[in-house]
Unconditional design. Sequence first.
Length: 292
Amino acid sequence: MKVHRRAFLGGLAGSLVLTSRALAATRTLPEFTFHIVTDTHIGRQDGNTPIKQWKAAAAEINAAPGAFVLHLGDVVDSGREAQYPIYMDVRKTINKPVHEIPGNHDPQDLFAKYIRPQIDISFEHGGVRFVLFNNSDRESHMGFIKPPQLEWLKSELAAAEKADQFVVLCCHVPVHTNTHPDRGWYVKPADGQTEFYALLEQHKGRVLGLFHGHFHNGIRGWDDHKPVIESLFPSCCYNQDRKLVNHPQLAGFVVDDLRVGYTNVTLGGGKMTLAYKPLGAESTARHETAIS
C-alpha cells in the first residue's frame, strides 16, 4: 500500500479549466473489504463513553476481515488537545493501517501534530486510489474546497487515469446540496462545489464513491451523480434520529440503523456494499449498488 502525500501548492488561485473528458477505468476490481469509522468525538461531554466505544470498535475491527480503516473526521470533540494521545493509544492497537481526515472538531495544527503531518493524502489498494482531503473548518459546519485543493485533486485524478485506477474520495463534510430534513451542511457552489463536480464529470466512470462523516444520521446518501455514490456514515460516538426513513421530501437513500458502530465496505464483483456493524451486535442494514 503506497501513500502519496500532498505536495506544497503555492500561489494557486482561480478555478479549474477543464478541456477534455478523461477516460473511464477499464480494469476489473478484485473484491476487497475495508472499514469506515467516523465522528469518534473522544472527550465529548467530558465522559468516558466515547473512548470506550472507540476501544470496542478497534477490537471488533481487529477481529474482522478488512484491509484498512478510514476515519472520516471529528477524531476528538471540540478540538481538545489532551484527547488526541488518548485516541492514538487505541489507534495503535489496530492491526491494520488507519487513515484519518480532520473534521470540523479537529484543529488542523493539532491533527498534524498528533495524527499525520500531511493533511491531504492518497493511497492505493486493489486498483483503487483513495484520496483523503480536508474540506472542514473549525468555525463552520459547512464545507470548503479551496483552489489549491482543486488543483491537487485534479492531479490525483490524472494520476489515477494514467495508472488505470478507480477512485474513492473522502472528506468530512458532504459536497452534495441538502436541506431539511437533512442538516443543510454541505459545500456551497461559491465554496468549490461547482468546480468539484465539474472535475468529477471529467472523470466520469472512474470515481466510484464520495464518502463523508459529519451528520450522525446513520448511512445516508445520494446517487444522482451516477456512477458516483455519495454517502455519509454513522458515528461511532452518537447518532440522532431525524426521521429520514420514508420521509416524503427525502431524495437519495437511507439505511435504517442508528446504533453506534462502524461500516464494512466491500468493493468488487461489480458492486459496492455498505454493511453497517453496530458495536456488540449484528445488523442486516446495508446499501448495495452496482459499480463499473
